[in-house]
Design a binder for this molecule. Structure first.
Ligand SMILES: *[C@@H]1O[C@H](CO)[C@@H](O)[C@H](O)[C@H]1NC(C)=O
Ligand SMILES: *[C@@H]1O[C@H](CO)[C@@H](O)[C@H](O)[C@H]1NC(C)=O
Ligand SMILES: *[C@@H]1O[C@H](CO)[C@@H](O)[C@H](O)[C@H]1NC(C)=O
Ligand SMILES: *[C@@H]1O[C@H](CO)[C@@H](O)[C@H](O)[C@H]1NC(C)=O
Ligand SMILES: *[C@@H]1O[C@H](CO)[C@@H](O)[C@H](O)[C@H]1NC(C)=O
Ligand SMILES: *[C@@H]1O[C@H](CO)[C@@H](O)[C@H](O)[C@H]1NC(C)=O
Ligand SMILES: *[C@@H]1O[C@H](CO)[C@@H](O)[C@H](O)[C@H]1NC(C)=O
Length: 921
């Protein structure tokens, strides 16, 4: 872009100098000044123009009204005093172009308003700027579709409308020529001529327009539909950026004509089909971005024909066929991303040496061959990622020449041999990802010197010997996974030094023996610890209780562990004998939901939970509650104090919601953390559902279910502590004009899917299954991204397969399944019904009420139409995919609302259908 801008700037100067004032009637300076002032008046924020764009009142100067606007900020004039340039880029101009009188500036060559706060549409009158060469309205809030009058701007060299909210299809008439591609300029003229004659005087003005365009930059808008083939007629184009829109269809063959392209960006759209092979013949190509579309077919084989290719991405498509042959000799490469395609080739033979290459990702393709020693010669590599291919052989020792390497990911291949100790020389390394290969031999202790290492993943190999002590020196490690190898010996104490360790420490599925070192308790930031499937013995150190960040710890399938933690055999002789017979069969998982310093332990035995619900509830729950209570008063104490302080002892000022038996407060802790705190209004009332809620929530974890951080009981207060959901309930958002508008169709589709996934998880992935029983728009909360989290498990209950579930009325009026009123039996299909109501509500923006009964009475197949129900506060979806998604969702809601619970789909079906019909997020 820099190159073309310079060029444009020069040409602007030249044009500016030689410009001969036109002899036709021109708006005089006064008219031009007044036009500018009129626009200025219409702007919201005139701060920047306040002192400059003024006609100064100078009483001593009788000529003052004729003051020239040529000296005003951002204004350039030619010698005749006509405005030829308006440049207010980056000035914070806020307003619209409605009051900009385009007719007053017939000489304008450059209009640059980039990076401002302009909104509304681009007025059709812009077509009057017939001398315009540079139009830059990028990074504003302009919307609507492109005015066809743009095609009047026949002298345009640069058109940059990127980063706005423009929408619609690109009008084919915007670009010159017919749909057939003339091959030469001469031919093109003849063809134009023929068409003029054929059209009998009715000459489409756009023919032959914009033919000089050098840069067309439309990225980051909401354009959709296919690219008009006529765009291929802009034969002078050097820069074409259509990335980050919703364009679809094939790339027209006429693109083959854009031979001067240096920069072609099509990434993040819905393009499909194969590319015109001619793209490989553009000998000036420097940047080619094709990533994240649905392209298929081969990559252009001659993509580096001109030897200038610097940045090349095609990742996340469905390209097949070989690695482009011209990449072998392409030393200009700087950044290459081809991951997630089905490209074939030989890693050893199809690549060359790239002195400038810093980043290459070839992961998840079908590459074979070895990592040749040549790869050590691309000395500037910082990221080398070739995961998920079929490469074999060893890692060459020459890898130690890549001394800038930060990420080495060769996971999921068939590499073998030792892990080269030379990796220890690569001091910049932050990730070594070599899992899922056939590496053998010992873990090289040399890794210990890598002081920048954050991720070391060596799982699922055939590594032997002990875990080297030196790993304890990698003090920046965030995750360490050595599982599924044949490592033996004891767990080094020094692992306890890795106090940055946060994501996980996984040593499972090895042959580790001895006791768990108490030093592991020092890993205060660790969230997941898995030591299962080893031969560990002895007492589980009490220090593990101090691992305040733990979410999940798995010690199951070891030789003979004991400890004071509930669910473990106490370290006591009589128990030793008793359990000797079934040792190694005990599956133990300890879940510790915590946040920061807040520490609550819930101990559940998963096997028990699955097989013996009754025992678990009767025998273990009291113990569990006791533990909760106990721990809350110790480790959790000061957080509780903080909460009392933050809410001013539960002052109503901090109350953000109230239900039947509880109030919800917003607590902003001194640490800056924001929590939602639910407190029972009267500690004796609703206590059962309160405790019920704790039980449910501590056992379930799902991204669409609100997170319960903790729970505190004291004589006065019973409180639950949740993650705070910034945007409140779905109901609140739908009921406000502003909220409803923000919840655009795409977001609403996502909310429906989120709730469906959460319910599917509760019904089908939890043992025993959990029925929510109170799904309504009040109980679906939204985070700052407007993503859904199901909340309020006050009435939820486990469903036991063997018992009938008689119950009292629960739920919210308007969402309760009809059968409930006469059977009082709770099945998961009650939730499905409530979900159906909720879905309609999301589409309509309000509770569906009568619509439900009309739905049930209307005969199958001819249900309600989308246009009849959609929330009027949003415009009808313009995007076909969204419309299809909404139709699918509407149909689904009809199924969920069937009067007969048996004919309603399960939430599993619903999730699956949503996935299939609307695609994965
Ligand atoms: C007003 O006009 C006179 C004469 O042209 C000039 O000398 C003076 O600087 C002007 N004053 C202002 C405030 O522009
Ligand atoms: C006002 O304009 C006239 C004609 O352009 C010029 O002759 C005269 O000197 C100007 N007066 C002042 C004070 O600038
Ligand atoms: C107006 O724009 C100026 C300069 O960009 C900025 O500092 C000021 O905050 C803006 N005022 C308002 C009310 O937006
Ligand atoms: C196109 O430009 C001509 C002058 O070249 C002007 O008369 C006409 O109004 C313009 N058309 C539009 C639609 O702006
Ligand atoms: C290539 O990509 C890098 C990283 O995104 C960027 O900094 C650089 O400017 C790009 N080079 C060209 C020629 O676009
Ligand atoms: C990718 O291409 C293969 C072979 O052409 C085809 O079988 C497959 O369905 C395609 N996948 C997608 C997601 O388009
Ligand atoms: C490598 O990059 C440098 C600096 O950007 C550049 O001057 C040089 O021409 C590049 N090398 C190749 C072979 O393109």
């Amino acid at each position: 872009m820099a190159i073309s801008r310079n060029y444009l700037f020069l040409s602007l100067l030249v044009v500016g100098l030689v410009l001969i004032p036109s002899s036709t009637a021109q708006p005089d300076q006064k008219t031009q000044a007044q036009a500018l002032l009129k626009w200025k008046q219409s702007l919201v924020n005139q701060t920047i123009l306040q002192s400059s764009w003024v006609i100064s009142e100078n009483t001593t100067d009788p000529n003052s009204t004729a003051i020239t606007p040529c000296k005003w900020l951002g204004i350039t004039c030619n010698e005749a005093g006509n405005i030829i340039g308006i440049n207010l880029a980056f000035y914070g101009v806020q307003g619209t172009l409605h009051h900009f009188d385009f007719s007053s500036f017939p000489n304008l060559i450059r209009l640059d308003l980039q990076e401002n706060r302009l909104s509304s549409i681009i007025p059709i009158e812009i077509g009057m700027l017939s001398n315009l060469e540079i139009l830059d309205l990028s990074t504003n809030f302009l919307n609507g579709s492109l005015p066809i009058s743009l095609s009047n701007l026949t002298k345009l060299l640069e058109l940059d409308l990127s980063r706005n909210e423009l929408t619609g299809e690109l009008p084919p008439g915007l670009f010159p020529g017919g749909t057939d591609m003339p091959k030469t300029g001469l031919f093109s003229l003849q063809r134009l001529h023929v068409q003029e004659t054929m059209l009998g005087g009715h000459i489409p003005s756009e023919l032959g327009n914009m033919k000089d365009l050098v840069a067309l930059v439309f990225d980051g808008n909401n354009f959709f539909g296919p690219i008009p083939p006529s765009l291929g007629n802009l034969s002078q184009l050097q820069t074409l950026r259509l990335n980050e829109n919703q364009f679809s269809g094939h790339i027209p063959p006429s693109f083959g004509n854009l031979r001067k392209l240096t920069d072609l960006r099509l990434f993040i759209n819905n393009f499909s089909g194969s590319l015109p092979e001619e793209i490989g013949n553009f000998s000036s190509l420097v940047v080619l971005h094709l990533a994240e579309n649905n392209f298929s077919g081969h990559l252009p084989q001659q993509v580096c024909k001109g030897g200038k290719l610097v940045n090349f991405t095609a990742a996340y498509n469905n390209f097949t066929g070989p690695i482009p042959i011209s990449l072998k000799n392409c030393p200009s490469l700087f950044r290459v991303r081809l991951e997630y395609n089905q490209i074939t080739g030989n890693l050893g033979q199809d690549f060359g040496i790239y002195p400038n290459l810093t980043y290459i990702d070839l992961s998840y393709n079908r590459l074979e061959g070895n990592l040749s020693s040549n790869w050590g010669k691309s000395r500037n590599l910082t990221v080398l990622s070739i995961a998920g291919n079929m490469i074999t052989g060893k890692i060459p020792k020459e890898i130690d020449e890549l001394n800038k390497l930060v990420v080495l990911d060769l996971s999921s291949n068939q590499l073998s041999g030792e892990i080269p100790p030379q990796l220890g020389n690569l001091s910049a390394l932050s990730s070594i990802i070599l899992n899922d290969n056939s590496f053998s031999d010992h873990i090289p202790p040399d890794i210990g010197v890598l002081s920048n290492l954050q991720h070391l993943h060596l799982s699922s190999n055939m590594l032997i010997g002990p875990i080297p002590d030196q790993i304890g020196d990698c003090f920046r490690l965030l995750s360490l996974n050595l599982s599924d190898n044949r490592l033996n010996g004891t767990i080094p104490d020094k692992i306890g030094n890795l106090d940055a360790l946060q994501n996980f420490l996984d040593l499972s599925y090895n042959l580790l023996s001895g006791e768990i070192p108490p030093q592991l308790g020092d890993l205060k930031a660790l969230e997941n610890l898995n030591l299962s499937h080893n031969n560990l013995t002895g007492r589980v150190p009490n220090s593990l209780g101090g691992m305040v960040s733990l979410l999940d710890i798995n010690l199951s399938y070891n030789e003979d562990l004991c400890g004071e933690i509930h669910g473990l055999r106490p370290c006591d002789e009589t128990f030793l004998k008793k359990s000797a017979s079934n040792k190694r069969q005990k599956l133990l998982t300890i879940v510790l939901p915590t946040t920061g310093s807040l520490f609550i332990t819930i101990v559940i035995t998963v096997l028990y939970l699955c097989k013996n619900l009754r025992n678990r509830q009767e025998d273990e729950s009291p113990l569990m509650r006791e533990k909760l209570f106990y721990i809350c008063n110790f480790d959790g104490n000061f957080v509780y104090e903080d909460i009392i302080n933050a809410t001013n002892d539960f002052n109503d000022l901090h109350c953000i919601g109230a239900g039947g038996s509880a109030k919800v407060y917003k607590a902003e802790l001194q640490s800056g953390q924001v929590l939602a705190v639910k407190k029972l209004i009267s500690p004796t009332e609703g206590i059962e559902s309160f405790k019920n809620e704790i039980e449910k929530l501590t056992e379930i974890r799902h991204r669409n279910i609100v997170k319960l951080y903790g729970y505190c009981f004291d004589e006065r207060n019973h409180v639950l502590i949740y993650e705070f959901m910034e945007r409140g309930s779905l109901a609140e958002n739908l009921s406000s004009e502003k909220g409803a508008k923000e919840l655009d169709w795409a977001k609403r589709v996502k909310i429906v899917k989120g709730v469906a996934y959460a319910l599917s998880y509760l019904h089908h992935d939890c043992v025993p299954l959990i029925i929510h029983r109170d799904i309504s728009s009040k109980n679906v909360l939204l985070n700052s991204e407007l993503e859904a989290r199901v909340s309020d498990f006050g009435t939820a209950r486990f469903l036991k397969s063997d018992a009938s579930n008689w119950t009292t009325v629960a739920g919210t009026y308007g969402y309760i399944a009809p059968e409930f009123s006469y059977t009082m039996a709770v099945t998961e299909k009650c939730d499905v019904y409530s979900f159906g109501v909720l879905v309609l509500e999301v589409l309509m923006g309000t509770h569906p009420g009568e619509v439900i009964s009309s739905m049930n009475s209307s005969s199958l197949g001819q249900g309600i139409k989308l246009e009849d129900v959609l929330d009027h506060r949003l415009s009808f979806p313009v995007n076909q995919k969204i419309e299809d998604d909404l139709n699918a969702i509407l149909k689904l809601s009809q199924l969920c609302l069937c009067a007969d619970p048996k004919t309603r789909p399960t939430m599993h079906d619903v999730s699956l259908l949503l996935e299939i019909r609307t695609g994965h997020n």
